[in-house]
Design a protein around this ligand. Structure first.
Ligand code: NAD
Length: 261
């Protein structure tokens, strides 16, 4: 049986929900009273830049008042204590993984609220204030800053690094994502194709649940720390040469000869 060493974790808006940050789909298809097409596409920015900038200014201000929750802290514990590689690929544009303590191996595939992108010089300065007043880029002085977030219709960042990590994964875990946004939603298929075990942690079954070897339902602040405890316990027992899985049930993945979660 393949040894479980490299872990890739894909996170979505659900991991930050208990920190008080709205998910996309939490309020009847509207995102803080806006249709996604009106605030999160390049066409929307051309059509009504004021609306888009005001929306992102509000979100940028709001996330700075939020705090990481138990799920963010647990992933940092895993990253620090797991003997193999842990890569956290996040669709989130908040900085709660960083503030939760994930120090390395973090990839923001949809950009970051706390950065601006200068479309004149391609610089990406850290940005905590507002963009509505069209401030000059601190790097080139052009007034060409926009939020450094990937909008619908744009190509996500760091896809080569993400694909390399997923191809090398022994375990792929999806946390708090609906599986509605591609290419993130398809990563589980790539992981499976390479023989990885796959686990979904979500409040409710997602559109992609049947693509995973195992789905656990519940709040991220409960499920993620419990799963991390299991993983670190397993690592401890493996280091000390004792079996870690006595007493636990045989998973669907194990039946297929994949590493047990
Ligand atoms: P989504 O809104 O489509 O889905 C949220 C998912 O989280 C759902 O599957 C839901 O069941 C689950 N969920 C909700 N509360 C949860 C909880 N307490 N514990 C565990 N799971 C919970 O979000 P998505 O799949 O990430 O995709 C939409 C896009 O939204 C992404 O591109 C992302 O960039 C963007 N987004 C980001 C943030 C953020 O940065 N925090 C917030 C909203 C949207």
């Amino acid at each position: 049986m393949r040894v479980l060493r490299n872990i890739v974790i894909l996170t979505g808006a659900g991991i930050s929900a208990e920190s008080g940050i709205d998910t996309f789909r939490s309020s009847g298809g509207l995102w803080e009273q806006h249709r996604v097409e009106d605030v999160a596409t390049p066409e929307a920015f051309v059509r009504d830049p004021e609306l888009v900038l005001r929306f992102y200014d509000m979100r940028r201000a709001a996330i700075q008042t939020k705090l990481p929750n138990a799920a963010h802290f647990a992933l940092a514990r895993l990253a620090a204590g797991w003997p193999g590689a842990v890569t956290v690929v996040t669709q989130n544009v908040d900085d709660l993984h960083e503030r939760g303590g994930v120090m390395s191996g973090l990839i923001h595939m949809h950009g970051e609220h706390l950065k601006a992108w200068c479309t004149a010089c391609d610089g990406r300065p850290v940005w905590r204030g507002t963009l509505i007043e069209r401030p000059a880029c601190p790097l080139c002085r052009a007034r060409a800053l926009r939020p450094d977030v990937v909008w619908f219709g744009e190509v996500p960042y760091h896809m080569d690094a993400i694909h390399a990590a997923v191809r090398a994964a022994d375990l792929f875990v999806s946390i708090g994502t609906s599986g509605a946004v591609y290419p993130a939603a398809g990563l589980v298929r790539m992981a499976q194709g390479r023989g990885a075990t796959t686990l979904e942690l979500n409040l409710e079954a997602s559109q992609r649940s049947d693509w995973f070897d195992e789905t656990r339902l519940g709040a991220a602040s409960v499920l993620v720390p419990a799963w991390v405890d299991e993983m670190l316990g397993r690592a401890f027992f493996e280091r000390s040469g004792t079996r870690s899985d006595s007493g636990t049930s045989v998973s669907a993945a194990e039946k297929r000869g994949k590493p047990k979660i």
